[in-house]
Design a protein around this ligand. Structure first.
Ligand code: UD1
Ligand code: CA
Length: 451
């Protein structure tokens, strides 16, 4: 049985931000959300986040079921933070996994390995360590030959000789709670920072073992915006490698960004300068980009998107989008449609094989199958107060530069003459002409031109 505690009470001064550090976004999820996600597969019996600085905001930013919060009202160090758990874990006999809220790249398998080592060796504590070329700022871990930890010394408390040790404390620990609970009340703040160090408790609980992390990048802590960018870079490399191995072609991967919430099928091709965000799903054979942004959208198989922005929308198989289209507000486009140059669709539903090829705005519109929306057709969906819907039946064709003033319904097989402003419903199989008739006056010439 394992309870997880996440340290997130610190201020994060070096971010120079009004937003609490752990709530900063890292590829579509906050830093601390990533930490919480990494422990989910371990099925912990409880997850407790220790909050302090801007506690209310941090709580509000974390909408996970059954997540618990414990407040550390003054931040007197990592040991003091864990002391706050004492009243909440009274009588608990299992293990406590301690994670830092600002170390977001840890892999679940690393935590599994830590727990496994902890349990098979019946350790009182097991800590995650790394050998860093530049260990500055980290606590140094001193072990005997069998990875049994003798001492952890904070960087600020190290002698010059101790600083030569490059084995560092990653700040990730597994404790047998009962042992730790006995030691916690007796921590002292006799150190350079005048803080209660969790690391001091570590060496007092019994047998403590160190486990090296396989990939140093995992333990990167985020203290400033430079480290935030570094973490984003690492995350992007992970995500892109994963998709390339899974059969997705990325053309010029460095110019592409993909959130790790995105799902792609094999034989998807992503062209340069393309960004895939949020809960986006793209099916096989689709070619996205160059120069496109797809956010929270579902794209079917064999869809192409060029130089376009698609947000919160659904596009079915074989449809071509762009260049220069904007789909938003729950647009839904059927199979084998064409949404062309300079077209905006908002909260609009189109049936199969419907084309909106040039220079159109369709807002709050439902159109059937095989509709042809002529160049420059606009739905006037807003009367200044309310939005209204436009309905267009199957196989209907609108002439160039038509304006459909909502609420209005065009039936099936309707033809709208070019330049019409349609304000009233049109029944099936009709031609509608809603413009002034052309007047030609032969032999007429401006008087002024004669003089
Ligand atoms: C800590 C470790 C150090 C390790 C490093 C790894 C101690 C004493 N030192 O140092 O050995 O190498 O992490 O990154 O533990 N926090 C609270 N309440 C507090 C203080 C901190 O919740 O009173 C939280 C912070 O928000 C942060 C985490 O604990 O998420 C770590 O605190 P921080 O001050 O960054 O510790 P380090 O000095 O980095
Ligand atoms: Ca500190």
């Amino acid at each position: 049985m394992v309870v997880v505690a996440i340290l997130a009470a610190g201020r994060g001064t070096r971010m120079k931000s009004d937003l609490p550090k752990v709530l900063h976004s890292l590829g579509g999820r906050s830093i601390v959300e990533r930490v919480i996600n990494s422990v989910e597969p371990l099925s912990p019996s409880r997850r407790v986040v220790i909050v302090g600085y801007q506690a209310e905001q941090v709580k509000a930013g974390l909408q996970f079921p059954n997540l618990e919060f414990v407040e550390q009202t003054v931040q007197l160090g990592t040991g003091h933070a864990i002391q706050q758990l004492l009243p909440h874990l009274e009588g608990y006999t299992g293990d406590l996994l301690v994670l830092n809220g600002d170390v977001p790249l840890l892999r679940t398998q690393t935590l599994e390995k830590l727990l496994q080592t902890h349990q098979t060796n019946e350790n009182a504590a097991t800590i995650l360590t790394a050998h860093l070329p530049d260990p500055k700022g980290y606590g140094r871990v001193f072990c005997n030959g069998n990875n049994i930890v003798q001492q952890i010394v904070e960087d600020k408390d190290c002698s010059p000789a101790q600083k030569q040790n490059h084995r560092i404390n990653a700040g990730i620990y597994c404790f047998r709670w009962q042992n730790l609970a006995q030691v916690l009340p007796h921590l002292q703040a006799n150190n350079a920072q005048k803080e209660y160090y969790l690391t001091d408790a570590v060496t007092q609980v019994g047998q403590v073992m160190a486990v090296d992390v396989e990939d140093d990048q995992e333990i990167l802590g985020i203290n400033d915006r430079l480290q935030l960018a570094t973490a984003y870079d690492i995350l992007q490399r992970r995500v892109k490698e994963q998709w390339m191995i899974a059969g997705v072609t990325l053309i010029d991967p460095n110019s592409i960004t993909i959130d790790d919430t995105v799902e792609l099928q094999p034989d998807v091709i992503i062209e340069p300068q393309t960004h895939l965000r949020g809960n986006t799903v793209i099916k096989t054979g689709s070619r996205i980009g160059p120069g496109s942004l797809i956010e929270n959208s579902q794209l079917g198989a064999n869809v192409t998107v060029q130089y376009s922005v698609v947000t919160d929308s659904i596009i079915q198989d074989g449809t071509r989008i762009g260049p220069y289209a904007h789909l938003r507000g729950h647009a839904q486009v059927g199979n084998n449609c064409r949404i062309g140059n300079f077209v905006e669709l908002k909260n609009t539903e189109l049936g199969d094989r419907t084309n909106v090829a040039h220079l159109s705005y369709l807002g709050d519109t439902t159109a059937g199958t095989q509709v042809n929306v002529g160049a420059g057709t606009i739905t006037a969906n807003y009367d200044g107060v309310k939005k209204h819907r436009t309905k267009i039946g199957d196989r209907t064709k609108t002439g160039s530069n038509s304006v459909l003033v909502a609420p209005v319904t065009l039936g099936d097989d309707v033809y709208v003459a070019a330049g019409s402003t349609v304000t009233e419903d049109v029944p099936n199989d009709s031609l509608v002409i809603a413009r002034t008739r052309q007047v030609v006056k032969p032999g007429w010439r401006r008087k002024s031109a004669e003089s």
